[in-house]
Design a protein around this ligand. Sequence first.
Ligand code: UTP
Length: 300
Amino acid sequence: MQTAMIPRTVRKAIIPAAGFGTRMLPATKSVPKELLPIVDRPILDYIVAEALAAGIEHVVIVTGRMKGAIEDYFDCAFEVDATLRRAGKTPLADRLATATPEVGAISFVRQQQARGLGHAVWTARHIIGDEPFAVLLPDMLMVDKEPCLQSMTDLYRRHGGNVVAVERCLPEETHKFGIVSLKQTLTGNLVDGLVEKPAPGTAPSNLFISGRYILQPEIFSILENQTPGAGGEVQLTDAMITLMKDQEIRAFEFGGRTFDCGNPAGFVAANLHMALTHPEIAAGIYGEMQALTSPARAIA
Ligand code: UTP
């Protein structure tokens, strides 16, 4: 078992965005799932902002075929900027500029074949190198006063090792997730069991890994030889089971709201939540919802 690892800062993050997004078809036929908008920003923009807010200096986005629009989104749209400024629309131009990260803060790597989340993470190994890194799943929008990854990097700074965000799901939904069992220790809850998409009735708990990880670079050599698991895909969870033999994995129980924007219901719920907390449009949306839910005015 791993003993003391020197706690360090997490400087780099991987955002895997090369999947097909089949649950959001036909919208994702020509638009990457990660660029579908939550109110007025693509979901990926929220995820990159969460990473940067947690002190991440370099984000690696894993893309693939039909995902070129992701690179364009993070580029500088200088023609639009110049046109807006010439027309005196400075606030709009300034808003556009907030979507352009510092030059060099984002790199892109192609997965070439969508062989699973574990494989997507592995494709970024050369850019990450020999240091701890975060993974943020871009379809999981996690909302709390303190961003989830920030809480996790704080935990990491204190204890080192590996960290995963976990949440509780309904017992009948465990077969959809990577499920963990925990043991309590003096330094918090450590993962002592992990299974990807357990068969119904066999899950060790209803705690699922909910889309944020801090991992040590040793995971890359494990992923290199990882055979495909559930769904015929190279699973990150399976590699973490091997990693757990030598290193601690600490659980951070996320207490905010998570929206799985990779399916229509979660995507619409995320939009409603963000709209109802948006200072400029919340009042209007409340009005619309009242109209929609009023029996007298309901559209047949
Ligand atoms: P998901 O399984 O939620 O994404 O993977 P998906 O495969 O795109 O979705 P469906 O099931 O077909 O609807 C979580 C994240 O991992 C990325 C996805 O882009 C998504 O952001 N991913 C998944 C990859 O980058 N590569 C893969 O091979 C698989």
